[in-house]
Design a protein around this ligand. Structure first.
Ligand code: ADE
Length: 230
């Protein structure tokens, strides 16, 4: 077994539970209200957590994964609001570029790593593409915009589209990629489209047009396939 620890961040406890169930040699430790599960998955040592929603929760967990738990690569898997007609609900965006849509990007880029946009690691993106293909999931490699608000109206959606033209919008990805860049750690962010980031978004998510159970099954399978390919 290659002893490079992989940090796995799931957005939903159901998804994390599925991955945890498939791990062997398990132990856990809680810090800052987040439980970090360590074990072996697909022959690789992994540390898994459900970080919580939003940029700060994501950044804290990503930093702990790297500095405290020794993760040498980060995978984030979750859901997002679709911003493109190229794919639909249930399909996946693999983050090639990740950026904040609600922040002063130029001011943030004043300090290391001096970036206004962050990038998924090419080898991890390729592995994620292969994992999606193996699981029969439609995907695109694209642009993910991150902010601390749930986007659930057309005016906000259109403003974000005009500002940064993302393929989807979510609440953690750029923060994870930002921390990963600070510590020169490769990362990849996977997002399954759960809604269209419009007036129906909240309803779609909460009333469960979007099947969380199915999503969590698929996401866990993609993650395991991805780890197998790293
Ligand atoms: N995650 C899933 N759907 C979302 C949306 N519409 N806005 C922000 N984050 C999301």
């Amino acid at each position: 077994m290659e002893e490079k620890t992989i940090g796995l961040m799931g957005a939903m406890s159901e998804e994390v539970a599925r991955l945890y169930a498939r791990m062997t040699d398990r132990s856990e430790e809680s810090l800052g209200g987040v439980t970090f599960y360590s074990g072996v998955l697909a022959g690789r040592r992994v540390i898994l957590c459900c970080a919580g929603i939003g940029k700060v929760n994501a950044a804290c967990a990503a930093q702990l994964l790297i500095l405290k738990f020794g993760a040498k690569a980060l995978i984030f898997s979750g859901i997002a609001g679709n911003m493109t007609s190229k794919i639909g609900v249930g399909d996946v965006v693999i983050g090639e570029t990740l950026l904040y849509h609600d922040a002063e990007r130029r001011m943030i880029a004043d300090t290391f790593p001096n970036l206004q946009e962050f990038h998924g690691d090419p080898a991890m993106i390729a592995a994620a593409e292969a994992a999606c293909a193996a699981e029969g999931v439609r995907y695109l490699v694209g642009r993910i915009a991150t902010g601390d608000n749930f986007v659930g109206d057309s005016a906000t959606k259109n403003a974000i589209a005009a500002k940064c033209a993302p393929d989807c919008v979510e609440m953690e990805g750029a923060a994870v990629a930002h921390v990963a860049a600070k510590y020169e750690t490769p990362c990849v962010v996977l997002r399954a489209m759960s809604d269209d980031a419009d007036e129906n978004a909240y309803e779609t998510l909460v009333v469960k047009d979007f099947d969380i159970t199915e999503y969590c099954d698929t996401a866990a399978r993609i993650c395991e396939e991805l780890i197998r390919r790293l």
